[in-house]
Design a protein around this ligand. Structure first.
Ligand code: G4P
Length: 292
């Protein structure tokens, strides 16, 4: 089974962004540093092809620092693009975004020629948090619900510098199956759209291959990393559930509860700083994975 989730409201957002972008100088696209490619919306690339693009890899505090560097290098090689990593709660990096926008559109940012920046990102990526940090007050909370028409919001960050929030809600668009699992693991798509057990099992299998140490530290289900790596993924999943007390009467593992525990541990960061896709992996999924 794969995950597909594409609410019909998307075309309204596409239209609104298409209109708005005509008067925009730089587009900030926020992605989740733990799954940068999966949390990007490919529609944006089509709409914003000719605009300078600042990629913000947010929630970098939850991501694997080495892999974040890999992603930054990858994005920074792309035309008209700059990439930065940050934790949207902190003021200094948020303010540094202003400088990065200036570098992308050096002729803007004066009273005569103000800089107009559009900030986009899928729900839960941290857009409101970043806007609040940049604006310095509780200014924005997106209504991340289908059918809710959001007022366009414009914020003045300094003289000659305006930040526009996305008109509408930019839902994720899943183009390859693995992205669906990753978005679900991060909690970025509605719960009704996926099966917790399947998503948690995929996550455990990935972490077993790439972060066995982190799994072992949180769930001591084997004597050492080699033993943990040698387990079949579904056995590992069950053992984690057992270890964490997710049991049904009679001692069988409560798979739903086990899945919720694993997903919550990943989302909150207690499993450690983890990134569940690399540029090379994403390219490989595009080339060989199940396209949606
Ligand atoms: P959105 O507008 O894009 O939908 O996202 P929002 O800012 O509401 O952020 C979604 C959740 O992600 C919030 O947590 C927020 O605190 C958290 N978040 C945002 N940026 C970062 C970051 O850089 N690092 C980390 N670790 N978390 C970040 P929440 O639990 O849903 O809300 P709250 O308890 O913080 O209010």
């Amino acid at each position: 089974m794969s995950i597909q989730w594409f609410p019909g409201h998307m075309h309204l957002t596409r239209k609104a962004i298409g209109e708005r972008v005509k008067t925009i100088d730089v587009v900030i696209e926020m992605v989740d540093a733990r799954l940068p490619a999966s949390s990007a919306n490919p529609m944006l690339r089509e709409l914003l092809e000719h605009k300078p693009n600042l990629k913000v890899l947010n929630k970098a505090d939850l991501a694997d620092a080495a892999r974040t560097h890999e992603w930054l290098d990858w994005y920074n090689q792309q035309h008209n693009t700059k990439a930065v990593a940050m934790d949207g709660h902190h003021t200094a990096p948020a303010r540094a975004l202003i400088d990065a926008c200036m570098a992308l559109a050096p002729s803007r940012g004066t009273m005569d020629k103000p800089m107009r920046v559009l900030i986009c990102g899928i729900p839960n990526v941290g857009k409101s948090t970043l806007i609040n940090t940049m604006v310095g007050r509780r200014a924005a909370k997106a209504a991340n619900e289908p059918g809710v028409t959001r007022q366009e919001q414009r914020f003045s960050l300094q003289d000659g510098f305006y930040l526009f929030d996305t008109p509408g809600v930019l839902w994720p668009r899943i183009i390859v199956a693995q992205s669906g699992y990753n978005l679900a693991a991060a909690g970025s798509i509605g719960r009704n759209a996926f099966d917790d057990e399947l998503v948690a099992l995929e996550l455990v299998a990935y972490l077993q291959r790439h972060y066995p140490q982190a799994l072992l530290a949180r769930y001591p289900v084997a004597d050492n990393v080699q033993a943990l790596t040698a387990m079949a993924d579904h056995v590992l999943f069950d053992e984690v559930g057992r270890k964490r007390g997710a049991l049904l009467p009679g001692g069988r593992v409560n798979a739903q509860k086990a899945a919720e525990i694993i997903l919550q541990d990943f989302r909150s960061g207690v499993l450690g700083r983890l990134t569940i896709e690399t540029p090379a992996e994403f390219q490989e999924w595009l080339a060989t994975g199940e396209r949606l």
